[in-house]
Write a protein that binds this ligand. Structure first.
Ligand code: 0O2
Length: 212
């Protein structure tokens, strides 16, 4: 422990995560009302665990004084989309916003990680209005399809179980599963218009039923 008051240090990150979750959930419902389709399926968020912050600082050789700038994912938002195409649309919407500033992006979709991990990460500067005034914090927005999320969630828990040292056959199967998730995304994209049309019909029908 470095004598830092972690609970105070994490306050603006907690606030950023809560606010960003609300903002993206609101964006989802607003788009659904206006355009009948939203590239956002669902949104989650978390503040990185202290042990995980310390581990990452050690791995990246970031000193305790530089944590705020050196660790970019203390505040993390995850946005799940139905289709790969939605990721680009959502990225454009984020770039247009006035309440956050895109610093840079990591495209693990075009350039998947060796593990098989695919996702699009956007690092943003987000101003938090605290009792002490305005503070800009970094946040990482991970955007991925449902298939990418399924794979990443499973891989994350296996890595946790095996403490990062996955047995060879598990690694091989995960790699095959990553390929299957990629193919699933491709197949879904190829019938995207049809799926979207049927979802809109379905939603219209449920609105009618709920109004009766
Ligand atoms: P937590 O707190 O458990 O969520 P590196 O980790 O150095 O290889 P880098 O550049 O640090 O890569 O990754 P980045 O862009 O900062 O993103 C880190 C987060 O991305 C991770 O958080 C995961 O949420 C996700 N991620 C990155 N690589 C993988 C991967 O191979 N598999 C899975 N399942 N997720 C990955 P943490 O570190 O897990 O923190």
């Amino acid at each position: 422990m470095d004598g830092r008051d972690w609970s105070k240090f994490l306050l603006p990150y907690e606030q950023a995560v809560e606010e960003l979750k609300v903002k993206f959930k609101t964006l989802r419902s607003e788009l659904k009302s206006r355009e009948e389709y939203s590239p956002i399926e669902f949104v989650t968020g978390r503040v990185k665990r202290i042990s995980s912050i310390l581990e990452k600082a050690k791995k990246l050789n970031v000193s305790m004084d530089d944590i705020e700038t050196g660790i970019e994912d203390i505040a993390g938002i995850r946005i799940m989309c139905q289709f790969v195409e939605d990721i680009q649309r959502l990225t454009e919407l984020i770039r247009q916003r006035q309440d956050m500033k895109v610093v840079y992006c990591k495209d693990y979709i075009t350039y998947k990680k060796a593990s098989g991990y695919r996702s699009y990460h956007i690092i943003v500067e987000y101003p938090v209005q605290s009792a002490l005034g305005m503070k800009i914090v970094l946040a990482e927005i991970q955007i991925r399809t449902l298939a990418m999320n399924f794979w990443a969630t499973i891989e994350h828990s296996l890595n946790y179980k095996y403490k990062g040292a996955l047995p060879e056959d598990v690694t091989r199967r995960l790699s095959k599963a990553a390929e299957a998730a990629y193919l699933l995304d491709q197949e879904m994209s190829s019938i995207r218009d049809e799926i979207m049309e049927s979802q809109m019909l379905f939603e219209d029908k449920s609105v009618l039923v709920s109004k009766v």
